[in-house]
Design a protein around this ligand. Structure first.
Ligand SMILES: [Zn+2]
Length: 109
């Protein structure tokens, strides 16, 4: 037991096995699937799995610091720190995962 120091969150941002592939797809307006051009508006990628978030009006965000770690729920991050990265959109499933791992997650303003 340690009550003095915050525990690290056991899940990391940008750690999904297909994060980059999914995020590239979320960002790009057009992509090919099975030889056919699919057109779609760009989406904000989830910060864990990279999948595009469909409904930003209900989206949640998680805070990232230390150059790529989630801020624990009970920590006030120093946003002047060089490693502070700010708030990132997170999808509903990944938000549950991140919350249960101890990350600070909030409704996007
Ligand atoms: Zn996700």
């Amino acid at each position: 037991m340690c009550n003095t120091y915050a525990m690290n969150v056991s899940v990391s941002p940008f750690s999904g096995s297909k994060y980059h592939e999914n995020a590239d797809r979320a960002f790009s307006r057009n992509f090919f699937r099975g030889g056919r051009l699919i057109e779609k508006p760009s989406e904000e990628p989830c910060c864990i799995c990279g999948k595009g978030i469909k409904d930003l009006s209900k989206a949640l965000s998680a805070e990232v610091y230390h150059g790529g770690e989630f801020v624990p729920a009970d920590v006030e991050a120093d946003n002047t720190d060089a490693g502070y990265m700010g708030w990132y959109y997170i999808g509903p499933e990944c938000a549950k995962l991140a919350k249960s791992a101890g990350a600070k997650v909030r409704r996007t303003k």
